[in-house]
Design a protein around this ligand. Sequence first.
Ligand SMILES: [Fe+2]
Length: 217
Amino acid sequence: MFDVFKKKSKTSSEVFFQEHRYFLAKNLLTPELLEHIQISWNAFEKHPFDQVFVESEGIHREDSSWVKPFTTVEFGAAPFGVFLLTHLQKSIESILNLELVPTYNYSRKYNRNAVLYAHRDRPSCEVSATICIDQETDNKEPWPIWLLNNKNYAGYKYESFFGLSQKKSMQERSSIGCKAISMQPGDVLIYQGINVLHWRDPLEGNFSKKYFYSLCR
Ligand SMILES: [Fe+2]
């Protein structure tokens, strides 16, 4: 029922997206565009523009062993976000060989110890994209986003996702095919939002800025 992406394919990226339910588009943002977004975002973090960002306390799951408090900062209507909403549409359509309609976007800054618990996206996120804008980690390496893409999880209950994926040990994750995707600024991860479980373990670093983008057919 949710296997909506099956059709005759031509491009390697389209085939990969159909088979693996995701595709990593390296350097899809040009250096100039990336720099523009980074400078804009930094400016919005300063008074008085910082008032348009909403800082939220993170909430840990009760069945999680992670307890350190954390915050995230979200901005749903950043001008650069509105621009990317239409600017990236043709690129993503071309990569997937699909005609798509943008549904929404938002920008989120994860602060130290932030966790993104395993979930799939809502129906309006038939195709989701997450873009790495900027990051400052302790080990200078990207903060990975994890995927479990071995089947369509659209029909599964939300409560089951953590136990099925993120709660597992690294060895168990490996054995069931979980993937840790490393992204540099400018990289765009496109995935079947309603079908792929995705998460991030606690951030060991000062911040990671991500832009989220959703499209529907
Ligand atoms: Fe998500």
